[in-house]
Ligand binder design. Structure first.
Ligand SMILES: C[S@@+](CC[C@H](N)C(=O)[O-])C[C@H]1O[C@@H](n2cnc3c(N)ncnc32)[C@H](O)[C@@H]1O
Length: 440
């Protein structure tokens, strides 16, 4: 290791460095060292020896980034990537195509354990469970956020880049998304194009044209039965003026024994088994009883509020807090039969800071499911201030989760359980639910 210094102007003739690859790190890469410098290496696995191209950083930088382009000694967990677009300089959508699905789950478990150790000072083992679905980890994505390149071809971004890698197909996509034929059409350049297929097979495309040129171009015609929403700064009227179609802007999803209306690109779990699995876990871990009070923070279209509301009954109450107005409008329709659910539109940090109102009262249960950045210190402290008997924290980022668990720990809540699922096979993402209880 580190036989020579890496100097950008004096790279080895082929520009490659040879590395002994160490443990996995959060973000879909492994850690190696080159002449004393930390290198985050993609497209490799722990225990491998690889030749890698440095993609970011310079001597003296805090760390370098590199792509393994040649495997000198392979891990037994290595497989041939099923997708032809995966690999160095390819599509950035997947991180672990070159690992067996079981090995990838092991890598994710190691990342969660390390995050808890490093950011919460906790020693926890976790098993990352597979969700029901194809064992090869392909064909599960019911929502795919594509982008169009300067020529209007559809694709996905390269890793840490705005460059769009044009694709004929994405192997992670549900076959009904592939069947929409979106990649054979030309899109306004620089657009984002979200393709959605619901539990019942309803198809929806949300087009957000990216630039002035793009906005003046028409959206392509789609197959009959596929709804298209065009999100334009001028709003719907402008969209109609340009002759773009706007049909029904929502789909129907199913989870936890209920039906959910989800508009446009509003949040819904992308793996078809994830929403139901999370509802089951939340109910089992929080054990809601009739007449109790609950807070559902970052409530989206009301998934957990609905499940809790049914169990708390008409004498109980769930206060659901969500900042996205359209998601709250969907939640209002989704939960109209549960008057015990009170919907509050606003940012969680602001709503919890109010001295009065439905979210200010003590509660028995708090469920929180923040976006990737986590809830943050203020929200975690405000949760503890309400003295719930149980907190269930749903997290798609283990590092953000661990930081918030640490805050809750300082406020008298300890980690009483941690579950994790591979809700994003082939990628580095992992979905966790942490259970916290008051110390005494
Ligand atoms: C991970 S989703 C969870 C939604 C819901 N719990 C579910 O499982 O369907 C996070 C939600 O938080 C909302 N959100 C993001 N930042 C927020 C904030 N600061 N305050 C309130 N809601 C926020 C987003 O609009 C999104 O609906």
């Amino acid at each position: 290791m580190g036989q020579a210094s890496y100097v950008p102007d004096e790279q080895p003739p082929d520009g490659l460095v040879e590395l002994e690859v160490g443990p996995v790190a959060h973000g879909g890469h492994c850690v190696a060292r080159w002449d004393g410098q930390v290198v985050f290496v993609r497209h490799t696995l722990p225990g491998e020896r690889v030749r890698a191209r440095v993609t970011e950083g310079a001597p003296g930088a805090r760390f370098l980034r590199a792509d393994a382009v040649e495997v000198v000694r392979a891990s037994p967990d290595r497989v041939v990537a099923p997708c032809r677009y995966a690999g160095p300089a390819g599509c950035g959508g997947c991180d672990w195509q070159h690992a067996s699905p079981a090995a990838a789950r092991g890598l994710k478990a190691a990342v969660v354990t390390e995050a808890m150790r490093r950011f919460a000072g906790l020693d926890v083992e976790v098993e990352v469970r597979a969700l029901d679905g194809p064992v090869d980890g392909l064909g599960w994505r019911t929502r795919v956020g594509f982008a169009s390149d300067p020529t209007g071809r559809l694709g996905l971004h390269a890793h840490r880049s705005q460059r769009v890698v044009a694709l004929d197909e994405c192997l992670l996509a549900d076959s009904r998304i592939t069947g929409m034929g979106l990649s054979s059409r030309r899109w306004p350049a620089g657009s984002s194009v979200e393709a959605v297929v619901s539990a019942d097979g309803e198809r929806l495309v949300v087009l957000s044209p990216g630039d002035a040129v793009g906005r003046s171009e028409p959206a392509p015609a789609l197959d009959p039965g596929t709804s298209l929403i065009v999100v334009a700064p001028g709003g719907d009227r402008r969209v109609r003026d340009q002759g773009w179609v706007r049909e029904r802007g929502w789909v129907r999803e199913r989870a936890g024994g209920r039906t959910w209306r989800v508009s446009g690109s509003g949040f819904w779990q992308v793996h078809p088994q994830a929403a139901g699995t999370l509802v089951d876990a939340i109910l089992e871990l929080t054990d809601p009883q009739a007449g109790q009070r609950a807070l559902d923070l970052y409530s989206g279209v009301g998934l957990f509020a609905g499940a809790l509301g049914e169990h708390l009954g008409p004498e109980g109450q769930v206060v659901a807090v969500e900042s996205d107005q359209q998601a709250v409008a969907d939640a209002r329709r989704n939960l109209h039969d549960l008057p015990q659910v009170v919907l509050v539109t606003g940012r969680v940090e602001g709503v919890l800071a109010r001295p009065t109102g439905p979210a200010a009262e003590p509660v028995d249960i708090v469920v929180l499911d923040p976006p990737r950045a986590g809830a943050g210190r203020r929200v975690a402290e405000a949760v503890a201030d309400r003295a719930p008997r149980v907190v269930a924290y749903v997290a798609c980022d283990p590092v953000a989760l661990a930081r918030d668990v640490a805050t809750l720990g300082r406020r008298g809540y300890h980690l009483a359980g941690l579950r994790a699922w591979d809700a994003f096979p082939q990628t580095h993402h992992v979905e966790c639910v942490a259970l916290l209880r008051p110390d005494q």
